[in-house]
Write a protein that binds this ligand. Structure first.
Ligand code: NAI
Length: 703
């Protein structure tokens, strides 16, 4: 049973009860229709209230049923709403807290609605690449007016009930309750009132019978379409929202419903919708660690210390200040602290200027920030994050010092992007307290946080930092210890391919254009110029010693030898004009690449955009398959989250693993085998990873 049925005097109350948000799963839907039947058969009952238990009226569809036959099994949501409409006794929906998606659609089937103030009202289907599929696009415009309804439907964003109640002429809420606490009582009273009103057998009001028009008619929808098309980019659903709402103004109600249904079903199978649904599930999965149960006790994090006030230290600090957690930054010299503070101030001031941050909030945040040159002053911090130079020797000194000074139970984190976390942990006598917190630059902006789990990292430390990540609004993904962790280990293969493509005949701008057309925010060469080409240079120098068999195109080294580190030096793969970020193709670089080919005796060939995209994306996929097999990543969808939130992989393609699944792993493996034959390539790398071969043989996918 996932809904309760109670009778209070002459009113039956059906309470959705399917935690956490009363999702409208099959059992709940059945319970509602059963309740309606029971109430209608009971002569003592005069009216019916539908409400929700706990923290929601209803959040809509039950995500556990996504993609399963249960989602559409009868009574499906459309049938439930029809049963509500057809109830001979008046039905009052009493909504509170969360009234979204199918929950809102259900309430629109009721004859009357009463809302608690503070209720978040939304039709968020568009965020999953869909439109509302149970009458939302047909009924909401009838109660809110076309413009307000379309805004809710296209944005998917919640609006508070008290705001909606103020819209002139709105019929969404017949009544507002005084408070969430009084809703239940007021709903009963309201139900009695409408029971009295219809005691004479007068017809019950139905939203479907309300008129639906926009005074500007076709012109309005043309405007809306123009606006939406620009914003929707590659996603088809937003424009379909406009079509569906327009149909509400033009078609008979039942025809409009069919039209909505048809759009809904068609969208369901689009790659964009699949990608967004995948993302929705992946996001929730990423926060779970298989052997760390949700009820693992957590350590309390009330204060944070950050070692190193450079690029990363400053950005990392801002995350905690934004969440109201005090931060103390430690450096070796006062000048470094002053520089760090100045940068943080500059960042906040830019936000104030843009109107994104209020002056008083800015001051509150800065007041939480203090600095020190002494370890003694940070000893009581609950969490310390090290962000000093990327050198093992420097990290060793810092961690030995932390081990000496920090209070017992403090979490010791490193922001290292490449160094061995287990080694870092070994510099302390408390490796169980050491964890990697790999932020991405700019650390106050980028969503991704790789949580690096060392051999000894304690479970409660992991549970604590995963919860903390949520608090500072990061998408945390757990990675095992490996060079580059999940994201950078994969990107290295991608960069290698980008380099080989230059050797073989492509230009940086061709490569960037092809992968940007595929949807990446930025191609590898523009990205290198932004991040600094010297970073990769340092890594390649290290590889030359540690892994001499790993080959790279020499073009990137030659570029660095010319001092072209990217935007910060005014030149990289592209030329830059002072103060501007536009990448201008560089004759010097083109000549350098051509010269390099000559020296290597390579005859350039024409390379198709398709090959560029396949080589770049499948290099990610192949490396990721190794990472999965080695247990470095917990699940394929975690890898997708890393790429979607940290590397600009196109959202509507759902991440490299999801994309490979959609292309078909057989096809992906075949392409890899083709690349193996390419004389300029390292055949060994393109050997499809054993996991891919296994999945192909079993006809399975990553996700
Ligand atoms: P940075 O050079 O901007 O800042 C390092 C800061 O640490 C400097 O202000 C320096 O004075 C200070 N420092 C050095 N040794 C110290 C010590 N013994 N005690 C106290 N302070 C000390 O470097 P950045 O870019 O902020 O990198 C820091 C760490 O973050 C490195 O481990 C790096 O690999 C990692 N990282 C960097 C990313 C990036 O994009 N820059 C991205 C992710 C991680």
């Amino acid at each position: 049973m996932t809904a309760q049925y109670q009778v209070h005097g002459d009113i039956a109350v059906i309470t959705l009860d399917n935690p956490p948000v009363n999702g409208l799963g099959l059992a709940t839907r059945q319970a509602v229709t059963d309740g309606l039947a029971k109430a209608n058969a009971d002569a003592a009952v005069k009216a019916i209230v539908i409400t929700g238990a706990g923290k929601a009226f209803s959040g809509g569809a039950d995500i556990k049923e996504f993609g399963t036959p249960k989602a559409l099994a009868e009574p499906n949501l459309l049938s439930v709403i029809l049963a509500v409409e057809n109830s001979a006794k008046p039905v009052v929906a009493a909504v509170h807290s969360v009234c979204m998606g199918g929950g809102l659609e259900l309430s629109l089937g009721a004859h009357y609605r009463i809302a608690a103030p503070g209720t978040s009202v939304a039709l968020p289907e568009v965020k999953l690449g869909l439109i509302p599929g149970a009458g939302g696009t047909q009924r909401l415009p009838r109660v809110l007016g076309v413009e307000a309804a379309l805004n809710l439907i296209v944005s998917g964003e919640p609006v508070k009930s008290e705001l909606l109640a103020q819209l002139p002429g709105q019929k969404l809420f017949d009544r507002m309750a005084k408070s969430p606490e009084s809703l239940a009582e007021e709903a009963l009273a309201f139900a009695r009132e409408v029971a009295g009103k219809h005691a004479d057998g007068s017809a019950l009001p139905l939203v479907r019978n309300l008129p639906c028009k926009h005074p500007l008619g076709d012109a309005y929808f043309q405007f809306a379409r123009n606006m939406v098309r620009g914003m929707a980019k590659n996603f088809p659903a937003p424009a379909k929202c406009v079509d569906a709402v327009e149909a509400a103004t033009k078609k008979k109600f039942d025809d409009g419903m069919l039209f909505e249904r048809e759009i809904f079903i068609n969208l369901m199978w689009t790659p964009e919708c699949r990608a967004l649904r995948h993302l929705f599930v992946a996001e929730r999965a990423a926060s779970k660690i298989a052997d760390v149960p949700e009820d693992t006790p957590k350590r309390e994090i009330k204060s944070v210390a950050v070692i190193g006030a450079g690029t990363m230290g400053g950005g990392i600090s801002m995350n905690f200040l934004n969440a109201g957690i005090p931060v103390k930054m430690l450096e070796m010299k006062q000048e470094a602290l002053d520089r760090g503070i100045a940068t943080i101030r500059k960042n906040y001031e830019a936000q104030v200027k843009k109107g994104k941050l209020k002056q008083d909030k800015y001051e509150q945040r800065m007041a939480l920030l203090t600095t020190t040159l002494s370890y003694d002053e940070i000893r009581d911090a609950d969490l310390v994050i090290e962000a000093v130079f990327e050198e093992m020797g420097v990290k060793q000194k810092v961690f030995e010092q932390l081990d000496k000074t920090m209070k017992p139970g403090a979490i010791l984190a490193s922001n290292t992007s490449t160094l061995d976390l287990d080694k870092i942990a070994s510099f302390t006598r408390r490796p169980q307290d050491v964890v990697g917190l790999h932020f991405f630059s700019p650390a106050n902006v980028m969503k991704l946080l790789e949580v690096v789990r060392g051999k000894a990292t304690a479970k409660d430390v992991l549970a604590t930092v995963m919860a903390l990540a949520k608090k500072i609004r990061k998408t945390a993904v757990v990675s095992g210890v490996t060079d580059g962790f999940i994201g950078n280990r994969m990107i290295e293969q991608y960069s290698r391919q980008a380099g080989f493509l230059l050797d073989e005949g492509a230009t940086p701008q061709q490569v960037d254009r092809a992968i940007e057309k595929f949807g990446f925010a930025m191609g590898p060469f523009r990205m290198g110029d932004l991040a600094g080409n010297d970073i990769g240079w340092a890594i390649r120098k290290r590889r030359a010693v540690e892994q001499p068999e790993l080959k790279y195109s020499a073009t990137a080294d030659k570029l660095c030898e010319l001092g072209r580190f990217g935007q910060k030096t005014g030149a990289g793969w592209y030329d830059y004009q002072a103060g501007k970020r536009d990448a201008i193709p560089s004759k010097l670089v083109t000549d350098m690449i051509e010269q390099h080919r000559k020296e290597q005796g390579i005859t350039p060939r024409k390379i198709s955009d398709e090959e560029i995209v396949q080589r770049l994306v499948y290099s990610l996929v192949n490396e990721a398959a190794h990472i999965l097999e080695e247990g470095i990543a917990q699940r394929a969808s975690d890898i997708d989250m890393v790429y979607l939130t940290g590397y600009g992989f196109p959202m509507w393609r759902g991440g490299p693993m999801h994309y490979a699944d959609q292309v078909g792993l057989f096809n992906v493996a075949e392409a890899m085998k083709r690349f193996q034959k390419n004389p300029r390539d390292d055949a060994k790398f393109w050997e499809p990873a054993p996991l891919i071969r296994k999945l192909v043989a079993e006809g399975k996918t990553f996700n």
